[in-house]
Design a binder for this molecule. Structure first.
Ligand code: IVH
Length: 707
């Protein structure tokens, strides 16, 4: 419908309008066109080019202009309807009561404003606390189910809110939707329920794997697979996709005389609980009744943190006034109920422009392409550069310089590029050319890159320019390696430029008077750095081995090797067999460590380290744990869940291991002990259901190990 040039214009204009503080009423026409374009991308093409948050911001700008200038409202303005996914080929069915949308909030302030508004609408004093019921905002496809005389008589999609598409056969193919439910016991003759059809994340992955095997197009996300599964003409396909329906509202309920039966339920929570008793799938641990807006804010934040661990995709929480009587007093706008609001999680995805690709050399010489982006805000941080891993990644995704790309940042995961938006290309984008020679090389002689067959990365085989050594030093001092407090990447780079750091050993031979004289340093910072470096000299040798950047030698293998040697330089005498005799150490690590210790440059470097006072002898911490057979947790498996009050999770796991237990990560028949901290959730429930797991509190755990 729109040419690539037009789409590019829409995209760029959207970003401009998002960036401008205030959009002039003169721009109202363009703003409407933009919103219509984004609705088309989202609902028709299933390929949004801006995040939901950005769409909402544009929508709010339009609303604000229309609010100030009601004469400018047109009949076809996006504000004049609830969004629609109606398909013109399917005859629509009318909902018993309209399926409205939700207002949005993005932070605690917005929720507090919502609370104030409720008090105003209900004519309550400002210091009265209101009871709310909170549930996840499920990210799937909305459905409406009608029951008459206890039987499921109709299923429909939300459509435009007033009318939806009929999908009764598909609803019947979903095992979580009862075909018959005892509404009559409650005196209800006809009921209409609202809910969301979803696909569990793990099932979604399986659906895509089997589609890949069959050569079918893959679904971009569980939501697309779910909405498609609702509307397919083949109910077997609905079943194959494993759709489930969570019910979140009893929208309508009357007895045989047509009397409204909803008020009997008194609260939203009670209504949902009752539906659960009738056999419907309802939010349980994900639902909570709280006595004030602060409780709602806490629960929303809690779930924002947990969202990635949850089995289903959710894009926020929904805060609902619990009392049905108060809900009625609040009423509705044409768009949403005034008694509910969605708390939207920070967007995990955003689109932006990839301005360039730069190449970095790593500590073992691998060349990593890095995308330089127009800075973009995602889930609370600004992202301006993202690793592209290797050449295959760029080619596989057909990324071009100048492309508009979708960037994702989920939870603690490092941001990555999901895809580029081909439809926004105008021909000026350039496919990147991967370098043939080391791009960092600081000497005059070009160094050709090589590729090892089993690896994806191109590598600079003989670094003569110091670039790799610099990366090795950066890694050596970092938190994951020697953990030298206050010695960050920028300090390493600065000292390297000054010529003070040529290899790792120089870290321990710095002139602190010189450092104190550096701009921005001073005596105190230099002293602090000195004491951090001195502290690191005492590190166990497992840390030191790991910090040497020996290819493939990770933290765990370093620990295993450190258990077996008295002194780091003992490794000069080790052959492959000695390494591979250690369980979990394979020939690749063996080969790399042997190679490292047969290089005289490395040996001299280690000798220098020792002469500067760095510990090369096995420490108590390096020695294998001696676990007595009668240790309190000997031979047991253990799992910690919920938040611990007296220690961190890692510390608890280390203590458990010290007393003989093996830490495992999932609840199963193999689990012996579950230590449940505060707010323990699904793991605790599962362990209780198994019956075979010993469940204990944090205090009981501490008492058991006698610490
Ligand atoms: S309540 C009249 N509760 O969000 C009340 N909606 O943006 C409106 N949604 O189309 C709905 N989870 O499909 C409600 N726990 C939840 C929800 C939820 C997801 C969807 C719903 C609606 C959309 C509104």
């Amino acid at each position: 419908m729109h040419s690539p040039q037009a789409q590019k214009r829409f995209y760029e204009l959207s970003k401009q309008m998002l960036a401008s503080e205030q959009v002039s009423p003169l721009d109202i026409g363009s703003l409407r066109e933009l919103l219509k374009y984004h609705e088309w991308k989202y609902y028709v093409q299933n390929q949004p080019v801006v995040s939901d948050y950005e769409y909402d911001q544009l929508y709010k700008k339009l609303e604000a202009i229309e609010y100030a200038h009601p004469d400018l409202i047109t009949l076809d303005s996006p504000t004049q309807r609830v969004a629609s996914d109606l398909n013109e080929d399917v005859p629509p069915v009318a909902h018993t009561v309209p399926m409205l949308s939700l207002g949005n909030s993005y932070n605690a302030e917005d929720l507090k404003d919502f609370d104030k508004q409720i008090k105003k609408l209900c004519e309550l004093e400002a210091d009265v606390d209101i009871e709310y019921c909170i549930e996840p905002k499920f990210d799937g496809g909305s459905i409406a189910l009608v029951y008459e005389n206890d039987y499921l008589v109709r299923g429909a999609t939300r459509g435009n809110g007033t009318k939806g598409e009929e999908m009764t056969t598909n609803a019947k193919a979903m095992p979580s939707i009862p075909l018959k439910a005892a509404f009559s016991k409650l005196g209800i003759f006809k009921a209409e329920l609202r809910g969301e059809a979803l696909i569990r994340k793990d099932i979604f992955d399986k659906v895509n794997i089997s589609r890949q095997k069959e050569g079918k197009v893959l679904f971009a996300n569980p939501r697309n697979a779910a909405t498609g599964g609702l509307r397919t003409k083949d109910a077997n396909e609905t079943r194959r996709r494993g759709l489930e329906a969570f019910i979140f509202q009893l929208g309508y309920a009357v007895d045989s005389a047509g009397n409204d039966m909803l008020p009997n339920l008194r609260t939203h929570d009670k209504g949902i609980e009752t539906l659960g008793e009738l056999g419907f799938k309802i939010p349980t641990i994900e639902r909570k009744v709280v006595s004030s807006i602060q409780g709602a804010i806490d629960f929303c934040r809690d779930w924002e943190e947990k969202r990635d661990d949850y089995h289903y995709e959710i894009d926020g929480m929904v805060v609902k006034v619990n009392s049905l009587d108060m809900q009625e007093r609040c009423g509705y706008t044409s768009h949403h109920p005034r008694w509910a609001i969605a708390y939207k999680f920070k967007a995990k995805q955003a689109t932006t422009k990839m301005i360039n690709i730069e190449y970095q050399v790593g500590k073992v010489g691998s060349i990593t392409p890095v995308a330089k982006l127009d800075p973009v805000h995602i889930a609370g941080v600004t992202v301006s550069s993202v690793s592209l891993h290797n050449e295959e990644f760029i080619v596989g995704k057909d990324l071009r310089i100048g492309d508009t790309v979708v960037v994702e940042r989920a939870g603690d995961v490092i941001p990555y590029i999901v895809k580029s938006l081909e439809e926004l290309r105008d021909g000026s984008e350039l496919p990147p050319k991967f370098p043939e020679f080391c791009p960092i090389n600081m000497t005059d002689t070009p160094v050709p890159l090589i590729k090892i067959e089993t690896e994806a990365a191109w590598r600079c085989p003989t670094c003569v320019c110091g670039a790799q050594e610099l990366q090795k030093i950066i890694f050596h001092v970092s938190k994951v390696a020697m953990d030298i407090d206050g010695f960050g990447k920028s300090n390493v780079e600065r000292f390297h430029e000054e010529g003070w750091l040529q290899d790792i050993s120089d870290v321990y031979n710095l002139d602190y008077d010189q450092i104190a004289r550096l701009d921005g340093f001073g005596r105190r910072s230099a002293d602090k750095l000195e004491s951090s470096i001195n502290k690191a000299k005492e590190n166990p040798i497992s840390k030191l081995l790991h910090s040497l950047s020996i290819h493939h030698l990770g933290k765990k293998a370093s620990k295993l090797i450190a258990q077996e040697i008295n002194h780091v330089l003992d490794l000069r005498e080790w052959n492959e067999e000695k390494f591979t005799n250690i369980k979990d150490i394979g020939p690749v690590v063996a080969k790399n460590v042997i190679e490292y210790f047969s290089n005289p440059v490395n040996i001299r470097m280690l000798e220098r380290l020792e002469s500067y006072g760095v510990n090369l002898n096995q420490t108590e911490e390096d020695k294998p744990l001696q676990i007595a057979e009668d240790a309190p947790l000997a031979g047991k498996t253990i799992l910690f869940t919920g938040s611990l009050q007296r220690m961190g999770r890692k510390q608890a796991q280390e203590l458990a291991a010290k007393h003989g237990a093996k830490n495992i990560s999932a609840v199963s028949k193999n689990l012996d002990i579950l230590v449940a901290g505060e707010k323990a959730g699904s793991k605790l429930k599962k362990a209780e259901a198994l019956g075979s797991v010993q469940i204990m509190s944090e205090d009981a755990f501490i008492a058991l190990i006698g610490e």
